[in-house]
Design a protein around this ligand. Sequence first.
Ligand SMILES: Nc1ncnc2c1ncn2[C@@H]1O[C@H](COP(=O)(O)OP(=O)(O)OP(=O)(O)O)[C@@H](O)[C@H]1O
Length: 340
Amino acid sequence: MIELRHVTKTFPTRDGGRASVFRAVDDVSLTVERGMVFGIVGHSGAGKSTLLRVINYLEEPTSGSVLVDGQDLGALGERRRRAVRRSMGMVFQQFHLFRSRTVLGNVAYPLGLAGHSRREARERAAEALRFVGLEDHARRYPEQLSGGQRQRVGIARALATSPKVLLCDEATSALDPRTTGEVLDLLKRVNTELGVTIVLITHEMDVVRGICDGVAVMADGRVVESGGAYDVFARPRHPVTGALVRSALHDVPEGAALERLRARHSGRLVTVPVTRDGTDGSGLSRLLRRYELDFAVAHAGVGEVQDLPLGSVTLELRGPDDAIDAFLTELAGAGEAAVA
Ligand SMILES: Nc1ncnc2c1ncn2[C@@H]1O[C@H](COP(=O)(O)OP(=O)(O)OP(=O)(O)O)[C@@H](O)[C@H]1O
């Protein structure tokens, strides 16, 4: 388990020529349970990378504490702190592989640093490469691999030392959508088959949607909300979360998209959320039948988070005005309608 208690990280800066401090991470407390895939999301500059680097003390927090399995990293001696740090592997956006070493050499490298014999290092590296499906590429050099394969080498290297935790810094941001999916599937396997806890940071909601159990949303150095991935996305309480969710689902027509819908559909438009416990298709159709309303689907964006449906459909309602009003009132009463 990883526990952050009131963690703050400041950097010296100059404010109009005056020495000042910048709070990259500002009083963050959160808990990542063992065995979880935990996502930290937010826009660029929100403080995600700094927070991730604080977790394994690549950056020492200015104040607050980081506890890993109950051990306060700030209170440990150098030797024990290094041992805890070694139990956390790291995966980077730009892979950070040695160009002059083979794939096997790259994966074996941290094992050599950790004091394993050359033979043992190579055996364990070969095992890690098998896990990521690159055993046939062991003798190649990073340049001869695709971006997705390079990242799989990066993951194999992080796994070679058998970490309990994997910290992933925008691990898929340099990859195309299909390769992103493959790397996410691999990370999910690392989690379920090897029992490794994963903390990942990303600005892509699709990454979180794909594999995260829990999520924390960061803005201006702070965690503005956190919880189960589905709950946070289904009921965003902070505008940053709302914007991130909308940009991933594209489910609520706004601005020019809404104007285009209005030009195409002369009837009343209503956007209805689709959630696991809210209006599902059958409840909606029952309600439409009850008010004898006809409809056309104007827009829809429904995806999955943690294997559960999430999104919205926008309907053009057709029928008498008073029936539509009554329908909308009932829908709003159930806390479900957002009229477009
Ligand atoms: N070593 C440093 N010295 C000064 N400022 C820093 C340092 N590291 C980070 N910062 C500042 O802290 C803020 C948060 O940076 P951080 O990289 O953690 O954000 P992020 O959410 O990961 O964004 P990005 O995805 O763009 O990297 C930024 O404004 C950045 O300029």
